[in-house]
Design a protein around this ligand. Structure first.
Ligand code: GLY
Ligand code: MN
Ligand code: MN
Length: 439
């Protein structure tokens, strides 16, 4: 804790880039509040992603203030050292250490924020913060502004513009730098290990939560702090519930198991889905559908390269899936008609991916000026086609209650893309071989 943070320069560069964009403005970025779970117990603490992106600072009760300019100034407010509290709750940096470790221009106790902020708000034209994100912060900042306005007769000018700081930050965050990609590769590798472990431990008669426990074990064992989102461990028909998280059913011989799980490492998410047979061997109907989803993912991958539009992989996956649904008798009519009427949505109702980063559904717009944006080097996205077939009279019985998704994480490279999650077994042969060896 006494040494400079290994990524000190990275965080500092990001702050300077934002300061340069603020010009005659000030930015206020609080980290997340601790949340009570019940009585005096809290949920595990997770910092705010924007705040962390600019600071690397993981303690609660901290606020970053940036004064626009080139290079501008960055000021952190954080908790003071407190021997008694630290005995109970763990070590705090305190302002002095935080300043040297993270290279802020100044650091002050969080208790001084309300009094000190006045000086920096005066004579700024604009205030940049996450507008409307938190009602208490909206009120607090409005209060500060009223206070500055009360001083105008002394010659002070009050800010006149409120700007959502997330617009600029989202555009910074959507392109990952090398330090981020390094972490995301490691997060993906831990999650890949976890999925392998889950495949090895799956047997008929075990419960979904037993397999979830294997995933959580592998995440922590690999050094990850937590799952990036609640793991979905869905046997048989449960896989047709897209956000199934109860994970409490028994696994049955002959069913598939869909697992959507990824760890968070140093703040960064991984997001992997694999679907495999509980008994280790794909049946005929399962093979047909799995091959179809895999082909859809392959088509999506083909469409992922610099300057392709965001929607190209989705369109490619939908086309393959829809043709497959027609071939298997799940849909009737022509391909063009099915695409036009979107009848495929009965069995494929979500999109093929999303940005991935500090948040599992990460920052960044998908359209710009009404058009799908283009993929650029350093963007990270998921590719996650699927098919979900609920039992119904007009659906061939062999396909009833089968849900399959295959999800990988991909970064755009100058020549195409790199699959970050490549170490997760995916072909039917590889999955069956791994499961056979574990029996
Ligand atoms: N696990 C969340 C998602 O795949 O989007
Ligand atoms: Mn996803
Ligand atoms: Mn997922």
């Amino acid at each position: 804790m006494n040494t400079p943070h290994p990524l000190q320069q990275v965080f500092r560069d990001r702050r300077q880039r934002l300061c340069a964009r603020l010009q005659d403005g000030i930015a206020i970025l609080p980290t997340a509040a601790e949340k009570t779970r019940n009585r005096d117990a809290h949920y595990p603490y997770r910092f705010d992603s924007y705040f962390y992106y600019l600071t690397g600072f993981t303690e609660p009760e901290a606020v970053l203030v940036l004064i626009g300019g080139n290079p501008g100034q960055s000021i952190l407010f954080c908790r003071e050292k407190d021997e008694l509290r630290e005995t109970w709750e763990g070590v705090r940096h305190g302002p002095a250490l935080a300043q040297s470790r993270f290279a802020f221009d100044a650091c002050y106790p969080i208790s001084e924020l309300d009094t000190r902020i006045n000086t920096w708000l005066a004579n700024q034209h604009s205030v940049h913060y996450a507008l409307g994100d938190d009602a208490a912060w909206d009120t607090r900042i409005q209060h500060w502004l009223s206070r500055v306005r009360e001083q105008v007769r002394t010659g002070i000018e009050a800010p006149t513009r409120l700007v959502d700081v997330r617009q600029v930050l989202d555009e910074m965050r959507v392109i990952k730098d090398t330090s981020e990609l390094d972490i995301m590769r490691r997060a993906a590798a831990i999650s890949a290990q976890a999925h392998q472990r889950a495949m090895q431990h799956t047997r008929a008669g075990r419960y979904e939560y037993e397999i979830e426990a294997e995933l959580l074990y592998a995440f922590r064992r690999g050094g990850a702090h937590a799952p990036a989102y609640t793991s979905i461990v869905a046997g048989g028909a449960n896989a047709c519930v897209l956000h199934y998280v109860s994970n409490d059913a028994v696994l049955r011989d002959g069913d598939l198991l869909l697992i959507d799980a990824g760890c968070e490492l140093d703040g960064y998410a991984s997001d992997i889905t694999r679907t495999f047979p509980v008994n280790g061997v794909f049946s005929g109907a399962q093979r047909s559908l799995y091959a179809l989803v895999l082909a859809a993912q392959e088509a999506a991958f083909q469409a992922i390269q610099p300057n392709a539009t965001w929607n190209a992989p989705h369109d490619a996956a939908v086309r393959v899936l829809t043709q497959g649904m027609l071939d298997l008798g799940l849909l009737q009519g022509s391909l063009d008609a099915a695409l036009e009427t979107e009848s495929y949505r009965r069995f494929y109702m979500h999109r093929t991916g999303h940005w991935l980063g500090l948040d599992v559904h990460d920052a960044g717009t998908y359209k710009q000026a009404g058009q799908w944006r283009t993929l650029q080097t350093g963007m990270v996205l998921t590719v996650e086609p699927g098919i979900y077939i609920r039992a119904a009279d007009d659906v061939p019985t062999a396909f009833h209650d089968i849900g399959i998704r295959i999800e990988d994480d991909v970064v755009i490279t100058p020549k195409g893309h790199e699959v970050l999650t490549h170490a997760t077994p995916k072909s039917m042969d590889d999955i069956e071989a791994l499961m056979r060896a574990a029996r």
